[in-house]
Design a protein around this ligand. Structure first.
Ligand code: FCB
Length: 463
Protein backbone atom coordinates (compact mmCIF):
# COMPACT_ATOMS: atom_id res chain seq x y z
CA UNK A 1 0.00 0.00 0.00
CA UNK A 2 1.26 3.53 -0.83
CA UNK A 3 -0.04 6.65 0.84
CA UNK A 4 0.59 9.96 -0.84
CA UNK A 5 1.59 12.65 1.60
CA UNK A 6 2.03 16.34 1.01
CA UNK A 7 5.19 17.67 -0.62
CA UNK A 8 5.43 14.61 -2.82
CA UNK A 9 6.37 12.30 0.02
CA UNK A 10 5.42 8.66 -0.45
CA UNK A 11 5.05 6.03 2.22
CA UNK A 12 5.57 2.42 1.16
CA UNK A 13 4.27 -0.04 3.70
CA UNK A 14 5.77 -3.51 4.04
CA UNK A 15 4.10 -6.69 5.32
CA UNK A 16 4.26 -7.05 9.08
CA UNK A 17 6.46 -10.14 8.99
CA UNK A 18 8.98 -8.61 6.57
CA UNK A 19 12.55 -8.95 7.83
CA UNK A 20 14.48 -5.71 8.07
CA UNK A 21 17.91 -7.05 8.85
CA UNK A 22 21.62 -6.49 8.54
CA UNK A 23 24.39 -8.88 7.56
CA UNK A 24 28.02 -9.54 8.49
CA UNK A 25 30.51 -12.38 8.07
CA UNK A 26 32.90 -13.99 10.52
CA UNK A 27 36.31 -13.17 9.03
CA UNK A 28 35.24 -9.63 8.21
CA UNK A 29 34.16 -8.70 11.74
CA UNK A 30 35.25 -11.10 14.48
CA UNK A 31 39.01 -10.66 14.83
CA UNK A 32 40.45 -12.84 17.62
CA UNK A 33 41.97 -15.10 15.00
CA UNK A 34 44.28 -16.88 17.42
CA UNK A 35 41.91 -17.04 20.33
CA UNK A 36 40.06 -19.98 21.88
CA UNK A 37 41.73 -22.57 19.64
CA UNK A 38 40.46 -21.22 16.33
CA UNK A 39 42.31 -22.85 13.42
CA UNK A 40 43.99 -20.97 10.60
CA UNK A 41 41.82 -20.02 7.62
CA UNK A 42 42.79 -19.35 4.02
CA UNK A 43 42.16 -15.66 4.60
CA UNK A 44 44.74 -15.56 7.41
CA UNK A 45 47.23 -17.07 5.00
CA UNK A 46 46.24 -14.87 2.06
CA UNK A 47 46.50 -11.68 4.13
CA UNK A 48 49.98 -12.62 5.27
CA UNK A 49 51.21 -12.74 1.67
CA UNK A 50 52.65 -9.39 0.55
CA UNK A 51 50.67 -7.52 -2.08
CA UNK A 52 47.47 -9.54 -1.81
CA UNK A 53 45.38 -7.22 0.35
CA UNK A 54 45.29 -3.44 0.22
CA UNK A 55 47.95 -1.96 2.55
CA UNK A 56 48.63 -5.42 3.96
CA UNK A 57 45.47 -5.29 6.08
CA UNK A 58 44.18 -8.46 7.73
CA UNK A 59 41.27 -9.70 9.83
CA UNK A 60 43.33 -10.21 13.00
CA UNK A 61 41.31 -7.65 14.93
CA UNK A 62 38.72 -6.40 12.41
CA UNK A 63 35.72 -5.02 14.36
CA UNK A 64 36.71 -7.11 17.37
CA UNK A 65 33.17 -8.47 17.38
CA UNK A 66 34.44 -11.66 19.03
CA UNK A 67 34.73 -9.58 22.18
CA UNK A 68 32.28 -6.78 21.46
CA UNK A 69 29.40 -8.93 20.29
CA UNK A 70 27.07 -7.76 23.06
CA UNK A 71 27.53 -4.18 21.99
CA UNK A 72 26.83 -5.18 18.37
CA UNK A 73 23.69 -7.07 19.36
CA UNK A 74 22.52 -4.03 21.33
CA UNK A 75 23.07 -1.90 18.24
CA UNK A 76 20.94 -4.28 16.15
CA UNK A 77 18.24 -3.96 18.77
CA UNK A 78 18.50 -0.18 18.90
CA UNK A 79 18.03 -0.12 15.12
CA UNK A 80 14.73 -2.05 15.52
CA UNK A 81 15.99 -4.81 13.25
CA UNK A 82 14.22 -8.17 13.42
CA UNK A 83 16.82 -10.20 11.54
CA UNK A 84 20.59 -10.65 11.65
CA UNK A 85 22.60 -12.63 9.15
CA UNK A 86 26.01 -13.69 10.44
CA UNK A 87 28.36 -16.44 9.39
CA UNK A 88 29.84 -19.27 11.38
CA UNK A 89 33.61 -19.59 11.17
CA UNK A 90 34.50 -23.11 10.05
CA UNK A 91 37.99 -22.97 11.64
CA UNK A 92 36.48 -21.92 14.98
CA UNK A 93 34.20 -24.96 15.01
CA UNK A 94 36.66 -27.41 13.43
CA UNK A 95 40.18 -25.99 13.71
CA UNK A 96 41.51 -28.71 11.40
CA UNK A 97 38.55 -28.57 9.05
CA UNK A 98 37.38 -32.04 10.07
CA UNK A 99 37.51 -34.20 13.17
CA UNK A 100 37.68 -32.71 16.63
CA UNK A 101 35.01 -30.12 17.46
CA UNK A 102 36.15 -27.01 19.31
CA UNK A 103 33.58 -26.45 22.07
CA UNK A 104 34.77 -22.86 22.55
CA UNK A 105 33.73 -22.10 18.98
CA UNK A 106 30.30 -23.63 19.55
CA UNK A 107 29.99 -21.60 22.76
CA UNK A 108 30.69 -18.35 20.94
CA UNK A 109 27.90 -18.84 18.41
CA UNK A 110 25.57 -20.01 21.19
CA UNK A 111 26.18 -16.67 22.86
CA UNK A 112 25.40 -14.84 19.60
CA UNK A 113 22.26 -16.85 18.88
CA UNK A 114 20.92 -16.67 22.43
CA UNK A 115 21.75 -12.96 22.57
CA UNK A 116 19.78 -12.39 19.36
CA UNK A 117 16.77 -14.35 20.59
CA UNK A 118 16.77 -12.45 23.89
CA UNK A 119 16.47 -9.30 21.80
CA UNK A 120 13.75 -10.76 19.53
CA UNK A 121 16.02 -10.78 16.50
CA UNK A 122 15.83 -13.81 14.20
CA UNK A 123 19.23 -15.43 13.55
CA UNK A 124 20.08 -16.40 9.96
CA UNK A 125 23.37 -18.32 9.93
CA UNK A 126 25.62 -18.71 6.91
CA UNK A 127 27.61 -21.92 7.13
CA UNK A 128 30.35 -20.88 4.69
CA UNK A 129 31.30 -17.28 4.05
CA UNK A 130 34.74 -17.95 2.58
CA UNK A 131 36.95 -18.75 5.59
CA UNK A 132 38.01 -22.26 4.64
CA UNK A 133 40.31 -23.99 7.15
CA UNK A 134 43.86 -23.79 5.79
CA UNK A 135 44.45 -27.49 6.39
CA UNK A 136 41.71 -28.26 3.85
CA UNK A 137 43.29 -25.86 1.38
CA UNK A 138 46.50 -27.82 1.81
CA UNK A 139 44.57 -30.78 0.42
CA UNK A 140 43.38 -28.78 -2.60
CA UNK A 141 40.53 -26.70 -1.17
CA UNK A 142 37.54 -26.42 -3.50
CA UNK A 143 39.50 -28.10 -6.28
CA UNK A 144 39.31 -31.26 -4.15
CA UNK A 145 35.97 -33.06 -4.19
CA UNK A 146 36.43 -34.20 -0.58
CA UNK A 147 36.00 -30.60 0.56
CA UNK A 148 32.31 -30.83 -0.38
CA UNK A 149 31.92 -33.82 1.95
CA UNK A 150 33.85 -32.03 4.70
CA UNK A 151 31.55 -29.03 4.39
CA UNK A 152 28.51 -31.29 4.73
CA UNK A 153 29.98 -32.81 7.93
CA UNK A 154 30.61 -29.33 9.31
CA UNK A 155 27.08 -28.23 8.33
CA UNK A 156 25.64 -31.21 10.20
CA UNK A 157 27.60 -30.17 13.30
CA UNK A 158 26.16 -26.64 12.99
CA UNK A 159 22.63 -27.98 12.53
CA UNK A 160 22.98 -30.25 15.57
CA UNK A 161 24.42 -27.46 17.71
CA UNK A 162 22.34 -24.48 16.61
CA UNK A 163 19.38 -25.80 14.62
CA UNK A 164 17.01 -25.62 17.56
CA UNK A 165 17.37 -21.82 17.65
CA UNK A 166 18.64 -20.56 14.30
CA UNK A 167 15.79 -19.32 12.12
CA UNK A 168 17.38 -20.15 8.76
CA UNK A 169 20.57 -21.73 7.46
CA UNK A 170 22.38 -20.47 4.37
CA UNK A 171 24.80 -23.13 3.13
CA UNK A 172 27.19 -21.08 0.99
CA UNK A 173 27.69 -17.38 0.37
CA UNK A 174 28.21 -16.46 -3.29
CA UNK A 175 29.65 -19.59 -4.92
CA UNK A 176 30.38 -17.48 -8.00
CA UNK A 177 32.81 -15.25 -6.13
CA UNK A 178 34.51 -18.23 -4.49
CA UNK A 179 35.16 -19.92 -7.83
CA UNK A 180 35.89 -16.84 -9.93
CA UNK A 181 37.86 -14.59 -7.58
CA UNK A 182 39.41 -17.39 -5.52
CA UNK A 183 40.39 -19.91 -8.23
CA UNK A 184 39.97 -18.38 -11.68
CA UNK A 185 41.42 -14.88 -11.16
CA UNK A 186 43.12 -15.25 -7.80
CA UNK A 187 42.38 -11.87 -6.22
CA UNK A 188 40.70 -13.57 -3.23
CA UNK A 189 42.01 -16.41 -1.07
CA UNK A 190 43.39 -18.90 -1.87
CA UNK A 191 44.75 -16.78 -4.73
CA UNK A 192 44.75 -19.34 -7.53
CA UNK A 193 44.63 -18.00 -11.08
CA UNK A 194 43.79 -21.10 -13.09
CA UNK A 195 40.64 -21.38 -15.25
CA UNK A 196 40.64 -25.17 -14.98
CA UNK A 197 40.62 -25.06 -11.20
CA UNK A 198 37.94 -22.34 -11.44
CA UNK A 199 35.65 -24.73 -13.33
CA UNK A 200 36.36 -27.57 -10.92
CA UNK A 201 35.80 -25.35 -7.86
CA UNK A 202 32.46 -24.23 -9.34
CA UNK A 203 31.20 -27.79 -9.34
CA UNK A 204 32.56 -28.75 -5.95
CA UNK A 205 31.18 -25.74 -4.16
CA UNK A 206 27.75 -26.33 -5.66
CA UNK A 207 28.02 -29.98 -4.68
CA UNK A 208 28.93 -28.85 -1.17
CA UNK A 209 25.75 -26.79 -1.10
CA UNK A 210 23.62 -29.81 -2.06
CA UNK A 211 25.31 -32.13 0.42
CA UNK A 212 25.09 -29.53 3.20
CA UNK A 213 21.40 -29.00 2.49
CA UNK A 214 20.81 -32.72 2.87
CA UNK A 215 22.95 -32.89 6.01
CA UNK A 216 21.09 -30.03 7.70
CA UNK A 217 17.73 -31.52 6.80
CA UNK A 218 18.85 -34.87 8.23
CA UNK A 219 19.79 -33.35 11.59
CA UNK A 220 17.55 -34.47 14.46
CA UNK A 221 17.89 -31.08 16.04
CA UNK A 222 16.87 -28.93 13.09
CA UNK A 223 13.77 -28.60 10.98
CA UNK A 224 14.79 -25.14 9.92
CA UNK A 225 14.60 -23.75 6.38
CA UNK A 226 17.78 -24.20 4.34
CA UNK A 227 18.86 -22.17 1.31
CA UNK A 228 21.85 -20.75 -0.50
CA UNK A 229 22.93 -17.18 -1.22
CA UNK A 230 23.76 -16.47 -4.85
CA UNK A 231 25.08 -13.12 -6.02
CA UNK A 232 23.15 -11.96 -9.07
CA UNK A 233 24.14 -9.24 -11.47
CA UNK A 234 21.65 -7.64 -13.80
CA UNK A 235 23.07 -7.65 -17.33
CA UNK A 236 21.77 -4.69 -19.37
CA UNK A 237 22.56 -4.64 -23.06
CA UNK A 238 22.58 -1.37 -24.98
CA UNK A 239 22.74 -2.48 -28.59
CA UNK A 240 21.26 -5.24 -30.74
CA UNK A 241 24.63 -6.57 -31.85
CA UNK A 242 25.66 -7.34 -28.30
CA UNK A 243 22.48 -9.31 -27.47
CA UNK A 244 23.90 -12.82 -27.92
CA UNK A 245 27.07 -12.02 -26.06
CA UNK A 246 25.05 -10.46 -23.20
CA UNK A 247 23.07 -13.70 -22.89
CA UNK A 248 26.36 -15.54 -22.60
CA UNK A 249 27.61 -13.12 -19.94
CA UNK A 250 24.39 -13.59 -17.99
CA UNK A 251 24.84 -17.37 -18.09
CA UNK A 252 28.48 -17.13 -17.03
CA UNK A 253 27.86 -14.95 -13.99
CA UNK A 254 24.30 -15.86 -12.99
CA UNK A 255 23.05 -19.00 -14.75
CA UNK A 256 26.15 -21.03 -13.94
CA UNK A 257 25.03 -20.98 -10.29
CA UNK A 258 21.26 -20.45 -10.44
CA UNK A 259 20.50 -23.16 -13.00
CA UNK A 260 22.23 -26.08 -11.24
CA UNK A 261 20.63 -25.19 -7.91
CA UNK A 262 17.11 -24.53 -9.22
CA UNK A 263 16.98 -26.66 -12.37
CA UNK A 264 19.69 -29.30 -11.89
CA UNK A 265 21.58 -28.44 -15.09
CA UNK A 266 24.47 -26.26 -16.18
CA UNK A 267 23.50 -23.62 -18.76
CA UNK A 268 24.61 -23.68 -22.36
CA UNK A 269 27.86 -21.65 -22.22
CA UNK A 270 30.08 -21.22 -25.27
CA UNK A 271 33.31 -20.52 -23.39
CA UNK A 272 33.74 -24.10 -22.26
CA UNK A 273 36.49 -23.18 -19.79
CA UNK A 274 33.81 -21.49 -17.65
CA UNK A 275 32.07 -24.82 -17.11
CA UNK A 276 33.24 -27.65 -14.86
CA UNK A 277 35.05 -30.29 -16.89
CA UNK A 278 32.82 -33.33 -17.58
CA UNK A 279 35.31 -35.50 -15.71
CA UNK A 280 34.43 -33.97 -12.31
CA UNK A 281 30.64 -34.33 -12.70
CA UNK A 282 29.78 -37.73 -11.22
CA UNK A 283 26.54 -39.60 -11.65
CA UNK A 284 23.91 -38.16 -9.35
CA UNK A 285 25.77 -34.89 -8.66
CA UNK A 286 23.20 -32.69 -10.38
CA UNK A 287 20.41 -34.26 -8.32
CA UNK A 288 22.37 -33.51 -5.16
CA UNK A 289 23.06 -29.92 -6.22
CA UNK A 290 19.37 -29.37 -6.96
CA UNK A 291 18.17 -30.89 -3.68
CA UNK A 292 15.01 -28.99 -2.71
CA UNK A 293 15.76 -25.84 -0.79
CA UNK A 294 13.32 -23.78 1.25
CA UNK A 295 14.30 -20.29 0.14
CA UNK A 296 16.73 -18.49 -2.11
CA UNK A 297 19.11 -15.82 -0.83
CA UNK A 298 19.98 -13.14 -3.37
CA UNK A 299 22.85 -10.68 -3.07
CA UNK A 300 22.45 -7.72 -5.38
CA UNK A 301 24.85 -4.83 -5.73
CA UNK A 302 24.90 -3.50 -9.28
CA UNK A 303 24.06 -4.06 -12.93
CA UNK A 304 26.59 -4.69 -15.68
CA UNK A 305 25.75 -2.46 -18.63
CA UNK A 306 27.33 -3.70 -21.84
CA UNK A 307 27.55 -2.79 -25.48
CA UNK A 308 29.56 -3.74 -28.53
CA UNK A 309 33.03 -2.21 -28.44
CA UNK A 310 33.44 0.51 -31.01
CA UNK A 311 36.00 -0.04 -33.74
CA UNK A 312 37.65 3.24 -32.93
CA UNK A 313 38.65 2.10 -29.44
CA UNK A 314 37.39 2.36 -25.89
CA UNK A 315 35.68 5.59 -24.82
CA UNK A 316 36.30 7.37 -21.54
CA UNK A 317 33.32 5.83 -19.72
CA UNK A 318 33.86 2.31 -21.01
CA UNK A 319 35.95 -0.58 -19.74
CA UNK A 320 37.01 -3.89 -21.27
CA UNK A 321 34.61 -6.64 -20.22
CA UNK A 322 36.36 -9.65 -18.74
CA UNK A 323 37.18 -12.12 -21.49
CA UNK A 324 34.67 -10.79 -24.02
CA UNK A 325 36.91 -9.00 -26.48
CA UNK A 326 34.23 -7.25 -28.53
CA UNK A 327 32.17 -6.13 -25.52
CA UNK A 328 32.68 -3.15 -23.24
CA UNK A 329 31.16 -2.37 -19.85
CA UNK A 330 29.62 1.10 -19.80
CA UNK A 331 29.40 3.54 -16.94
CA UNK A 332 26.58 5.93 -17.90
CA UNK A 333 27.46 9.50 -16.98
CA UNK A 334 24.16 10.08 -15.16
CA UNK A 335 24.38 6.96 -13.00
CA UNK A 336 25.95 7.32 -9.54
CA UNK A 337 28.82 5.03 -8.58
CA UNK A 338 29.84 3.92 -5.09
CA UNK A 339 33.29 4.18 -3.53
CA UNK A 340 33.91 0.68 -4.95
CA UNK A 341 33.20 2.08 -8.42
CA UNK A 342 30.02 -0.02 -8.56
CA UNK A 343 27.01 1.39 -10.43
CA UNK A 344 23.96 2.39 -8.41
CA UNK A 345 20.79 1.20 -10.14
CA UNK A 346 17.91 -0.07 -7.99
CA UNK A 347 15.91 -0.99 -11.11
CA UNK A 348 18.46 -3.77 -11.59
CA UNK A 349 17.06 -5.30 -8.43
CA UNK A 350 13.55 -5.20 -9.93
CA UNK A 351 14.82 -7.04 -12.99
CA UNK A 352 16.81 -9.61 -10.99
CA UNK A 353 13.82 -10.37 -8.78
CA UNK A 354 11.57 -10.74 -11.84
CA UNK A 355 14.03 -13.14 -13.38
CA UNK A 356 14.26 -15.28 -10.25
CA UNK A 357 10.49 -15.19 -9.86
CA UNK A 358 10.12 -16.63 -13.34
CA UNK A 359 12.33 -19.54 -12.32
CA UNK A 360 10.92 -20.34 -8.88
CA UNK A 361 8.19 -19.64 -6.37
CA UNK A 362 10.52 -20.12 -3.44
CA UNK A 363 10.55 -17.42 -0.78
CA UNK A 364 13.35 -14.96 -1.56
CA UNK A 365 15.50 -13.00 0.85
CA UNK A 366 17.84 -10.21 -0.19
CA UNK A 367 20.71 -11.47 1.92
CA UNK A 368 23.03 -8.59 0.94
CA UNK A 369 22.70 -5.18 -0.64
CA UNK A 370 24.62 -2.06 0.23
CA UNK A 371 27.27 0.40 -0.85
CA UNK A 372 30.71 1.64 0.07
CA UNK A 373 30.88 5.35 0.89
CA UNK A 374 33.90 7.48 1.83
CA UNK A 375 32.47 8.04 5.29
CA UNK A 376 34.09 10.08 8.03
CA UNK A 377 33.06 11.21 11.49
CA UNK A 378 32.62 14.98 11.47
CA UNK A 379 33.76 17.23 14.33
CA UNK A 380 30.33 16.91 15.94
CA UNK A 381 30.63 13.14 16.00
CA UNK A 382 28.16 12.52 13.15
CA UNK A 383 28.47 10.56 9.92
CA UNK A 384 26.32 12.14 7.22
CA UNK A 385 26.19 9.34 4.66
CA UNK A 386 23.47 10.68 2.40
CA UNK A 387 24.63 8.48 -0.47
CA UNK A 388 23.87 5.37 1.62
CA UNK A 389 20.46 6.69 2.62
CA UNK A 390 19.53 7.23 -0.99
CA UNK A 391 20.95 3.81 -1.94
CA UNK A 392 18.86 2.21 0.81
CA UNK A 393 15.72 4.08 -0.20
CA UNK A 394 16.09 3.12 -3.82
CA UNK A 395 16.67 -0.56 -3.15
CA UNK A 396 14.01 -0.87 -0.45
CA UNK A 397 11.57 0.74 -2.87
CA UNK A 398 12.49 -1.97 -5.39
CA UNK A 399 11.77 -4.58 -2.70
CA UNK A 400 8.40 -2.99 -2.07
CA UNK A 401 7.56 -3.00 -5.79
CA UNK A 402 8.52 -6.67 -5.99
CA UNK A 403 6.13 -7.55 -3.16
CA UNK A 404 3.38 -5.48 -4.80
CA UNK A 405 3.97 -7.45 -8.00
CA UNK A 406 3.38 -10.72 -6.22
CA UNK A 407 7.02 -11.76 -5.77
CA UNK A 408 7.53 -13.84 -2.67
CA UNK A 409 10.14 -11.55 -1.11
CA UNK A 410 10.33 -12.07 2.64
CA UNK A 411 13.20 -9.94 3.84
CA UNK A 412 16.13 -7.61 3.26
CA UNK A 413 19.51 -7.71 5.02
CA UNK A 414 21.62 -4.63 4.51
CA UNK A 415 25.32 -5.18 3.91
CA UNK A 416 26.63 -4.40 6.36
CA UNK A 417 25.85 -3.75 10.01
CA UNK A 418 29.42 -2.54 10.60
CA UNK A 419 32.27 -1.18 8.54
CA UNK A 420 34.54 -4.20 8.29
CA UNK A 421 37.39 -6.00 6.54
CA UNK A 422 36.41 -5.77 2.88
CA UNK A 423 38.50 -8.70 1.59
CA UNK A 424 41.17 -7.61 -0.91
CA UNK A 425 40.23 -3.96 -0.26
CA UNK A 426 41.15 -4.30 3.42
CA UNK A 427 39.70 -1.51 5.56
CA UNK A 428 39.70 1.03 2.74
CA UNK A 429 36.04 0.50 1.87
CA UNK A 430 33.28 1.23 4.38
CA UNK A 431 29.97 -0.59 3.89
CA UNK A 432 28.51 -0.24 7.40
CA UNK A 433 25.37 1.36 8.74
CA UNK A 434 27.67 1.82 11.72
CA UNK A 435 31.04 3.53 11.48
CA UNK A 436 33.90 1.62 13.11
CA UNK A 437 37.08 3.38 14.21
CA UNK A 438 39.52 0.54 13.57
CA UNK A 439 42.14 1.88 15.97
CA UNK A 440 39.81 1.95 18.99
CA UNK A 441 36.87 -0.24 17.94
CA UNK A 442 34.48 2.62 18.69
CA UNK A 443 31.13 2.34 16.91
CA UNK A 444 29.18 5.41 15.69
CA UNK A 445 25.74 5.17 14.14
CA UNK A 446 25.72 6.78 10.72
CA UNK A 447 22.73 8.79 9.51
CA UNK A 448 21.75 5.80 7.35
CA UNK A 449 21.48 3.65 10.50
CA UNK A 450 19.04 6.15 12.00
CA UNK A 451 17.04 6.26 8.79
CA UNK A 452 16.95 2.46 8.56
CA UNK A 453 15.94 2.22 12.24
CA UNK A 454 12.89 4.39 11.56
CA UNK A 455 11.99 2.38 8.48
CA UNK A 456 12.26 -0.89 10.39
CA UNK A 457 10.24 0.46 13.27
CA UNK A 458 7.40 1.73 11.08
CA UNK A 459 7.73 -1.19 8.61
CA UNK A 460 7.37 1.48 6.00
CA UNK A 461 9.63 3.48 3.82
CA UNK A 462 9.29 7.22 3.45
CA UNK A 463 10.72 8.80 0.33
C1 FCB B 1 29.89 -9.56 -1.16
C2 FCB B 1 30.36 -10.38 0.02
C3 FCB B 1 30.41 -9.62 1.32
C4 FCB B 1 30.91 -8.21 1.13
C5 FCB B 1 30.17 -7.52 0.02
C6 FCB B 1 30.57 -6.09 -0.21
O1 FCB B 1 30.37 -10.11 -2.34
O2 FCB B 1 29.51 -11.49 0.19
O3 FCB B 1 31.20 -10.36 2.22
O4 FCB B 1 32.26 -8.20 0.95
O5 FCB B 1 30.33 -8.23 -1.18
Amino acid sequence: MTTNLTSGQNVFTFPNDFIFGAATASYQTEGAVSEDDRGVSIWDTFCSQPGKVYRGDDGNIACDSYHRYNEDLDILKSLNLNGYRFSISWPRILPEGTGVINQKGIDYYNRIIDGLLERNILPAATIYHWDLPQLLQDKGGWANRDTAEYLADYAAICADAFGDRVERFITINEPQIVARLGYRIGVHAPGIADPLQGGIATHHILLAHGLATQAIKASQNSAKPVGITIDLTDVVVLDENAQDEAIQIDREINGLYLDPVLLGTYPDIKRKEMLPPESVIMNGDMEIISTNIDFLGVNYYQPHIVRTASETGIKFNEFPYDNHANIVAVRPQDMPVTAMGWLVDPTGLDRILDKVHQMTNLPIYITENGCAVNDYVDPNGNVHDNERISYLQGHLAACWRAIENGINLKGYYHWSLLDNFEWAEGYSKRFGLVYVDFSTGKRTLKDSALYYAKTAQMKSLKI
